[in-house]
Design a protein around this ligand. Structure first.
Ligand SMILES: CC(C)(COP(=O)(O)OP(=O)(O)OC[C@H]1O[C@@H](n2cnc3c(N)ncnc32)[C@H](O)[C@@H]1OP(=O)(O)O)[C@@H](O)C(=O)NCCC(=O)NCCS
Length: 214
């Protein structure tokens, strides 16, 4: 069973298919330009994700052009020991940490092409993930959002102070604020999550309940 939903803008959110893999590799470079290359998915990784867990992979399409993407796995996330790294999840890009009976949908990435941002594409992709959560009766979505605006101000304030100011809505972060708008609940900072100076390697652990209508 595949997913398809057309947004008001005419962009379609679709289940990923093998013919999208090369465009997805290119979109990774565009969306995550400062991320360590070893932490970006490539064409062959996308083909493997489709073998492992086809119901968890989505694209946003403008006609045939791939302009948005998300990759997920299922896993039994341990909220008592939340410290972990992006590399533990992606396993060199292959997503072999996927547990077919896992209770949570873990979001390994999310991205919209810079020319298409603020038009509801990420919201549409999170809604597609929510379809998977409901279909398999999972406990919800879990992910670590990048603290994308922190790298620019890290000499002025600690990551804790930056995070607290986001929660108090005194400042906005281009990634975390988008995820809060969609309905994610923040659970805490995850230091040393990935290799990207834009967020000084910090992420925020977040969950989205299955009842939330994105
Ligand atoms: C974060 C990202 C995926 C958002 O994609 P998008 O398609 O522009 O998001 P949407 O248009 O669906 O917006 C969803 C919500 O977030 C809000 N939002 C989006 N970008 C935002 C920003 N820069 N600052 C504050 N809020 C923002 C929108 O207003 C919207 O909320 P609303 O419906 O209540 O108004 C996109 O900016 C991106 O690809 N960033 C780079 C990669 C990245 O950080 N990925 C996430 C890794 S964890």
């Amino acid at each position: 069973m595949t997913y398809q939903f057309t947004l008001e803008s005419g962009i379609t959110v679709d289940s990923t298919r093998p013919e999208h893999a090369a465009a997805l590799e290119e979109l990774q470079r565009t969306v995550f330009p400062t991320l360590a290359d070893g932490e970006r998915f490539k064409r062959e990784h996308y083909l493997k994700h489709l073998e492992l867990f086809p119901e968890g992979q989505f694209v946003a399409l403008d006609g045939e052009r791939v302009v948005g993407m998300t990759s997920t796995i299922r896993c039994d996330f341990d909220f008592e020991s939340p410290a972990h790294r992006f590399s533990d999840i992606i396993q060199g890009g292959w997503l072999t940490s996927h547990e077919p009976d896992g209770a949570w949908l873990y979001g390994a990435d999310m991205g919209t092409h810079p020319d298409y941002r603020r038009r509801g594409i990420a919201r549409g992709l999170y809604a597609a993930r929510q379809w998977t959560v409901r279909r398999f009766e999972l406990r919800g979505q879990v992910m670590v959002g990048m603290l994308r605006g922190y790298g620019d101000v890290k000499s002025e304030m600690s990551a804790d102070a930056y995070y607290e100011s986001l929660l108090r809505k005194e400042r906005s972060d281009p990634t975390i604020s988008a995820q809060l708008s969609v309905g994610f609940e923040p659970l805490g900072l995850v230091p040393d999550y990935l290799n990207d100076p834009v967020c000084d390697n910090y992420g925020v652990l977040m969950v989205l309940s299955p009842d939330k209508d994105v």
